[in-house]
Structures are given as C-alpha cells and as structure tokens.
Design a protein around this ligand. Structure first.
Ligand code: HEC
Length: 154
C-alpha cells in the first residue's frame, strides 16, 4: 500500500480508505474503528497484551520501528527533538504517556481524539487530526521501541 507523507492527502486517503473497507481501518477483525474504541481495549487488556516491551524487546525492535516511522509517514508530521511541525514533538513521549495510551494513539488516533481528554486537547492545540494509518499492534510496539530510544535529530 502506498502512503504519501504529505499532510492533507494522507488524511484524505486514509479517510477514503477507511470508508471503502467495511471492516474499518487498523487491520482486520479487531475493529478499531468502531464504537468500542481502543481506549476501552487498552483498559480491558491491560496487563496482558499491552504490557510495555521489556528492555530486550525495546532494543530488538527499535530498528524496525525507525523504518516504520519513515515508511508509514510519521516523519512527515512529527519531529523528534526537532523543530515543531504540524504535530507534537515525540521526543520523550514514552516518558510522558503510558504504553497503552501510545498504542491506542498510534493504532486508532480518531477514536482517541474523540474519547480521550488528553488526545482531544492535543487536537485542540494542533487543529489537525492525526490520520489512521492502519498500524497494527505489533507495529505500534516497534514504533514505541523506536520512540523510547530515539535520539534527537538536531
Ligand atoms: C498528518 C500528520 C500526522 C501523521 C502522518 C502522524 N501523526 Fe501522530 N499526531 C499528529 C497530530 C496532529 C497529533 C496530535 C493529536 C491530533 O491532533 O490528532 C498526533 C499525536 C501523536 C502522538 C501523541 C503525542 C503526544 O505528545 O502525546 C503520538 C505518540 C503520535 N502522534 C505518533 C505517531 C506515529 C507513530 C505516526 C506514524 C505511524 C504518526 N503519529 C503519524 C499528526 C500526525
């Protein structure tokens, strides 16, 4: 699947794609696009599936996460310790947000800005809805591992 990095087209493409796939965005049967939002998933599954990666996993998955950060277009909106763009600087995000929260934000940002007060506050600040990019939970773990260890680029 091709994903453009640019802001508006990505959003529109993501929305169009979501509309076309009856099962919703974010990968199959988990139905992350429907009423029972990811915040609820996170709450019920906490302590099992959404256990933060251990140090070995963080180290092992960071490279894959870095690649995903480029190929999925995150880099088009987010800096890591760089100049603030159209989206929050992700430096230190793994310290200021819980793992489950970050996972929900990356896999189903639209539900988060609707249902989660902190995500909604970010939307109020940046006035851009982060697009749903079809990130799986495994990919979100790798992205977390990358963000956890990422060194500022500037
Ligand atoms: C089109 C621009 C855009 C893209 C692409 C994008 N984001 Fe975002 N992201 C945002 C915006 C804007 C917010 C703030 C919430 C909102 O307004 O939707 C955000 C919020 C976040 C947050 C919470 C930040 C905080 O300070 O708590 C995380 C984590 C995040 N994004 C990760 C990612 C990852 C990982 C990717 C790639 C898979 C990605 N984003 C792709 C725009 C984007």
């Amino acid at each position: 699947m091709r994903m453009e990095v640019r802001r508006r087209p990505t959003t529109l493409a993501a929305l169009a794609l979501c509309g076309m796939l009856a099962s919703g965005c974010g990968g199959g049967e988990s139905g992350q696009e429907t009423e029972a939002g990811p915040a609820e998933d996170a709450a019920t599954e906490e302590g099992t599936r959404l256990v933060p990666p251990a140090p070995e996993e963080l180290a092992a998955a960071a490279d894959q996460g870095e690649q995903l950060f480029q190929t999925k277009g995150c880099v088009g909106c987010h800096a890591i310790g760089g100049p603030t763009m159209s989206a929050p600087d992700l430096q230190g995000v793994t310290e200021r947000r819980p793992f489950a929260w970050i996972t929900s934000m990356v896999t189903a940002p639209d539900s988060m800005t609707r249902d989660d007060p902190e995500a909604r506050a970010l939307l109020g600040q940046y006035l851009v809805q982060m697009p749903t990019l079809g990130i799986t939970e495994a990919e979100a773990r790798a992205l977390y591992a990358y963000l956890h260890g990422a060194v500022p680029s500037s």
